[in-house]
Write a protein that binds this ligand. Structure first.
Ligand code: NAI
Length: 334
């Protein structure tokens, strides 16, 4: 039976990587009916957040979405459509698996870690104001509810996937109340999972250890801002943003998207790497219970990387977005 999925191509390189992924997923035999919706920064800027209601409504109905990146202007302009979507849909946990791809040479060849990021609060609460000319205040909100919920998600995921260790990175030595609360919630949840080691690291030390000994990490559990920054760092460990997928999970809906943004510097050139988006679709297919299709897609992507003949320029090749997608589709029956 075909399942409806909301499809949001996004902007910048979004449509290029999204349609390449749709082509692959369909060729692999996924049973999906796409419900396509536009969601760009322009929508947010012109009409404000209420304009997002049809989009939120569609995702609430289908319960699953595959989304391309959406530009957020720096400084002024509209607030992030991405952040607004995560909050409106209660997508409280962000999951980002980071793993070496065969044939992509990086400093480390043994990275296989999963970043779990709290997705709804922290410094992304959007509570900023000018206190006096030249003085602004940005509020970091940490709640017991959100911290416990994301910690439970991480430990449940570790148990299900057979992961052995979770590292909670924090700055509770300085932000004693906010990060202290996050850490206490993690500790409480960890007690219910005695088979999983719970390591605590101050986030600056964690960053250093990640770039020196990434193989010693299994899963990372982070509040919102640290998760955003460290997951890009982790992407760099395996060859860049073109390779890292993501899932935003809520109690009722889930939204799958690459970690990267809309990459305006390369948009419209047919050179973006669609791998991160394709790997996100694999997470989505598994979520939908279409594991056989997911396995086929994963095998084909890894085959094309191992062969090394049709890779995009960010990972040392010369292929266009479309040529890479065609090579993966051609490898589905290998
Ligand atoms: P970015 O991820 O778009 O780009 C950073 C660098 O990585 C650029 O040099 C870009 O060319 C490269 N890159 C990214 N994805 C790539 C791919 N698939 N293939 C090859 N190269 C790739 O980050 P940036 O420039 O900080 O953000 C651009 C816009 O995207 C901003 O408006 C930002 O707010 C938005 N953004 C949206 C996200 C989302 O929709 N979930 C996530 C992150 C950023």
């Amino acid at each position: 039976m075909s399942i409806e999925v909301t499809l949001i191509p996004g902007d910048g390189i979004g449509p290029e990587v999204t349609y390449a992924t749709v082509r692959l997923v369909e060729a692999a035999g996924a049973e999906i009916t796409w419900v396509e919706k536009a969601a760009t920064a322009v929508v947010g800027r012109r009409h404000g957040e209420t304009e997002m209601n049809p989009l939120v409504g569609s995702i609430r109905k289908t319960r699953v979405a595959l989304k391309g990146p959406i530009t957020t202007p720096v400084g002024g302009g509209n607030r992030s459509v991405n952040v607004a979507l995560r909050r409106a849909l209660g997508l409280y946990a962000n999951l980002r698996p980071v793993k070496n791809m065969p044939g992509v040479k990086t400093r480390f060849q043994n990275v296989d870690l999963i970043v779990v990021r709290e997705n709804t609060e922290g410094l992304y609460s959007g509570l900023e104001h000018t206190v006096a000319p030249g003085v602004v205040e940005s509020l970091k909100v940490i709640t017991e509810l959100a911290s416990t919920r994301v910690a439970r998600f991480a430990f449940d995921y570790a148990r299900r996937m057979g992961r052995k260790k979770i590292t909670a990175a924090h700055k509770a030595n300085i932000m004693k109340l906010s990060d202290g609360l996050f850490l206490n919630c993690v500790r409480k949840v960890a007690c219910e999972y005695p088979e999983i080691e719970c390591q605590e690291l101050i986030v600056d030390n964690c960053s250093m250890q990640l770039v020196m000994r990434p193989e010693t990490f299994d899963m990372l559990l982070l509040e919102n801002l640290y998760g955003d920054i460290l997951s890009d760092l982790c992407a760099g460990l395996v060859g860049g943003l073109g390779l890292v997928p993501g899932a935003n999970i809520g109690a009722e809906c889930s939204l799958f998207e690459a970690v990267h943004g809309s990459a305006p510097d390369i948009a419209g050139k047919n050179i973006a790497n669609p791998t991160a988006m394709m790997l996100s679709s694999i997470l989505m297919l598994r979520h939908l219970g279409q594991d056989k299709v997911a396995d086929r897609v994963e095998k084909a992507i890894r085959f094309v990387y191992a062969a090394g003949k049709h890779l995009t320029s960010d990972v040392g090749g010369k292929a266009s977005t479309e040529e890479f997608a065609s090579a993966v589709i051609g490898a589905l029956d290998q």
